[in-house]
Design a protein around this ligand. Structure first.
Ligand code: PLP
Length: 472
């Protein structure tokens, strides 16, 4: 799916550069040559080159032209994420304040909350559509809507997902109050207290909280920077333990931004099929890809209904729109019963709002520019972190989503580090909150949900440079 005119040439160049087909330092075709070859305007070609420069693939040398950048090859550390062994009880008591809310948060450079900030929410569009809904639907918005949600909304969601190869039937969907409710329903429908489930490690605090509330035991499956979810580790765990479900975020995992390959997704599914383990798939970030096309979800490969996929519009539109969906596969009956017990119907106004946004294509139009903006912010934040933090830190380049996973040297005084961050009004999410284990003491998550300003870069510079003084 091409979204910008310039992608006709940037996608080819990007592929050639990444595959090594054009060597580092090679001079690239001039703006005029590209213009003529692809019948583009000069400004489209320049925008395309700006995009490649922003991605760090190309360098612009004034009065000489565009060249394949020399410093783009990243060294990604091997096995930096250690393997975690045994099942742990779900004892989780970490501070919510560290991950999302905080009074006076507006005074901070909040690199810690994974949802669109006020300025990136398409407020005018949403408020206009809401007014239309109220005018058109009037008092009917005050009634109960169907338990599993408006049929028209479910149809709009399935039509959209079919475009990226995920064929679902509107009758199989349940509309929920956001993604976390969908996760709660999915997990509760296939497990009981004390059961053992598998989750990715690291794993976002909010998912761990749901697991904790359901009194489940977990085995944390390592995620590797290069290959993502460790499928072989999962296979061995399943051979030896009665795993009742596995919870994964295969597309732009929070906090690492890692995208699982289709091969890994299929392999995970085949292991789950052998042991009949339901896969609970969080696809909340799937639409937030940087470049290329929308990745597939595991549900697209599932023929037996073992995959329960869910998503919401909290990350792509606005977190205040409390509306998500769950496709529970063959576990529909139990999930419908649970949904009823958690609240009979999702607020009608949000359902009608989403119908309007999906019907008019405004949602996809918004996403196209939103993705570009997020990618720009990701690159700016990554550049600043890599530039200013101590040399033996590592910051993983995300392939989409909202966050960068960072790893600091193990001789760093983390208390002093977080204290200094606070003094500079910088909020990162401590690595500790991403596991039931103590594995991530020296990690943190940096979120690029907000515009990166010269002021925030300056604060990052101060923090990065000061960090060197906290090394023992
Ligand atoms: C991975 C992940 N899933 C789900 C959620 C919550 O989504 P929702 O606001 O739709 O409940 C979050 C954010 O808090 C998240 O990071």
């Amino acid at each position: 799916m091409q979204t910008y005119k310039y992608e006709i040439f940037t996608s080819i160049l990007e592929e050639q550069i990444k595959s090594g087909a054009v060597k580092l330092g090679t001079r690239l075709p001039s703006v005029r040559e590209i213009k003529e070859k692809y019948h583009l305007s000069i400004s489209s070609v320049q925008n395309g080159y700006d995009y490649l420069v922003m991605k760090g693939l190309v360098e612009n040398i004034p009065r000489s032209g565009y060249f394949v950048a020399f410093n783009q090859k990243e060294t990604i550390p091997e096995n930096t994420i250690k393997q975690l062994a045994v099942a742990k009880n779900s004892l989780f008591n970490k501070n919510l304040e560290l991950t999302s809310t905080r009074s006076k948060a507006f005074e901070y450079n909040s690199f810690n909350s994974t949802s669109p900030t006020d300025i990136l929410i398409p407020q005018k569009l949403i408020l206009r559509k809401m007014q239309e809904v109220i005018r058109e639907k009037g008092a009917s918005l005050l009634r109960y809507y169907p338990l599993n949600g408006s049929l028209l909304l479910r149809e709009k969601i399935t039509e959209r997902s079919a475009k990226y190869g995920c064929m679902m039937n509107a009758e199989e969907l349940i509309i929920t109050d956001g993604a976390l409710q969908a996760l709660y329903i999915a997990l509760a429908s296939v497990t009981k207290a004390g059961d053992l489930i598998a989750v990715e490690s690291p794993c976002v605090f909010s998912i761990l909280e749901v697991i904790s509330n359901l009194n489940l035991k977990t085995i944390e499956i390592p995620l590797h920077y290069k290959d993502g979810f460790d499928v072989n580790y999962f296979r061995n765990i399943c051979d030896e333990n009665p795993v009742r479900a596995v919870v994964v975020t295969p597309n732009f995992h929070n906090p690492t931004g890692i995208l699982m390959t289709d091969e890994s997704k299929k392999e995970l599914l085949s292991i789950a099929e052998i042991h009949q383990i339901p896969i609970i798939e969080n696809d909340i970030y799937g639409d937030l890809y940087f470049g290329g096309t929308r990745p597939s979800n595991i549900r697209s490969f599932d023929k037996t209904g073992l995959v329960m996929t869910f998503s919401s519009f909290s990350k792509t539109l606005a977190p205040g729109i409390r509306l998500g969906w769950l496709n529970p596969g063959k576990f529909y009956a139990e999930t419908e019963r649970l949904k009823f017990s958690l609240g009979r119907s999702v607020t009608p106004i949000y359902q009608e709002l989403m119908i309007k946004l999906l019907e008019s294509n405004s949602y996809d139009r918004h996403l196209r520019s939103f993705r570009k903006q997020l990618e720009k912010q990701a690159i700016e934040l990554l550049d600043a972190l890599r530039k200013y933090f101590p040399e033996n830190s590592y910051f993983h380049r995300p392939q989409g989503g909202y966050s960068i996973w960072g790893e600091l040297p193990q001789n760093l005084d983390m208390e002093a580090f977080y204290e200094y961050c606070e003094s500079q009004k910088i909020l990162f999410t401590p690595g500790d909150t991403f596991s039931f284990t103590d594995e991530y003491k020296y990690h943190f998550r940096a979120v690029f949900a907000d515009r990166i300003t010269s002021e925030s870069i300056l604060s990052l510079k101060k923090v990065g440079e000061k960090t060197k003084e906290f090394l023992n």
